[in-house]
Design a protein. Sequence first.
Length: 217
Amino acid sequence: MNNVLLLPSLQRFSVGKILCLGQNYAAHAKEMGSPGAELPVIFLKPSTAIIQNGADILIPPFSNNVHHEVELTLLIGAEGKNIPESNAFDYIAGYGIGLDMTMRDLQLEAKKKGNPWAVAKGFDTSAPLSDFVEKVSDPHALEMSLSVNGERRQHSSTAAMILTIPQIIAYVSANFTLERGDVIFTGTPEGVAQVHRGDIIDAAIAGVGTLHHRVWQ
């Protein structure tokens, strides 16, 4: 099982569930041709999808269109079910940056057929994660960006999230019991695009961390 590091305490957390929010930025939903969902879209990744900062992202041979998606991630520090928004921050151990790498061709095909996104979203190396930090100045006002080979592709702020962090925690915990070591991906802003063999991805969330990865096959 993969684990992540929490700073500055140097605590190690074994990651259990990776719960991901889709369509939590209106501009991203629009660029994907989606009118937006009435209820939040939640999907899961296995912990085997995690790679540490600096490791290669591997494009599976059965995909010809893998996209990058930069996201603020939340590390859960305590077990909770049906958590009220007023107590949500009590369950967050730390904040990190993650990439939700997506086989877009497989995802679009799955959508057409009404099938799950498990393969398109959960393949090995599809969840690069930074270390987590215990505190940030304001998790709803963090500048985030991603570049490929030095060219900026995504640039936004967590202020653009549709659901706030307390709303995310409340909704997710109403459907899944949250446990220590679970990780939540809070959604990506607009600007997602394809990556190719040899590309270098650099991502950052101000006050949280950075990621640096090479894409490989």
